[in-house]
Design a protein around this ligand. Structure first.
Ligand code: 9MG
Length: 261
């Protein structure tokens, strides 16, 4: 899954049309590099990020989703807002990536009314306060229980299990130790019988481990995603699709022996 940001400062400050065109170009490059899914978002989920009004978020993501879906891309919309979900699904998105796991009133209904897939992510708190004092007795067990509850809620709302993906939400209300425990024991989430998505690209835990700035965390990100893959992750949400695909080519060549040796 390749990450496509449509926040105005992501590409340029040259005007709205330029921002949309730049996002589309970037997304098509990610597809060329090997992304199977393009995750289009119009509101940052970084700690402390500003809330974007619904109309503005729709204005940012819709032209990009329409253009990509029109070119046959599989598009996911990264949003927690039911109005944005509905607009994106109408415009051709095939998946909703929701960091709130459909807990915003109306979100569950918006997805249930479609046949789209949905990624249910765990987050403790909200982006505005989530890193202030994250606390768990047993982070792996608590995240697993939360995701189990959200899977059950989706199924009760008529969203079949085949449409569901789960995600521990690395960096969302978690310390470095919490993130490492979740990565180390990701196989326990894989036992939930829904594909696991891992998103570690450029995250602060990689900065804490390597001392590197955001734009220098590519190698650390690849290593972290391979660790997730080894523990059962089936979708990887990344900025640098080309680097991840190279790593996967090597990984798959080693893991998928034809002769059984
Ligand atoms: C939007 N977003 C930012 N980080 C993410 C992650 O780790 N997982 C998912 N599903 N979405 C994310």
């Amino acid at each position: 899954m390749g990450i496509v940001n449509t926040t105005p400062d992501s590409f340029s400050d040259g005007g709205r049309w330029i921002d949309a065109q730049a996002a589309i170009r970037h997304a098509l490059k990610l597809r060329e590099d090997g992304a199977d899914i393009l995750d289009v978002g119009g509101e940052s989920t970084r700690p402390g990020a500003a809330v974007v009004p619904v109309a503005e978020e729709i204005r940012r993501v819709l032209p990009v989703i329409e253009a990509l879906a029109g070119r046959g891309c599989v598009v996911s919309v990264d949003t927690k807002k039911p109005e944005v979900m509905r607009a994106a699904l109408d415009a051709g998105a095939a998946m909703v990536n929701d960091v709130m796991a459909l807990r915003v009133p109306g979100a569950m209904e918006a997805v249930a009314a479609s046949d789209a897939a949905v990624c249910l992510m765990h987050m403790q708190g909200e982006p505005q306060n989530m890193q202030q004092a994250p606390a768990y007795a047993d982070v792996v067990q608590e995240v697993k229980q939360f995701l189990h509850g959200r899977l059950a809620a989706c199924e009760a709302a008529g969203i079949r299990r085949e449409r569901l993906v789960v995600d521990p939400g690395f960096g969302f209300g978690k310390t470095l130790e919490h993130n490492l425990a979740l990565l180390r024991h990701l196989d326990r989430l894989a036992a939930l019988v829904a594909p696991v998505l891992a998103g570690l690209s450029r995250k602060s835990m990689l900065g804490a481990l390597t001392g590197r700035a955001v734009e220098e965390r590519e190698f650390a990100g690849v290593a972290a995603h391979l660790a997730a893959l080894a523990r059962g992750a089936r979708l990887l949400r990344v900025h640098n699709v080309a680097a991840m695909c190279d790593a996967l080519a090597v990984w798959n060549a080693v893991e998928e022996q034809q002769d059984g040796t």
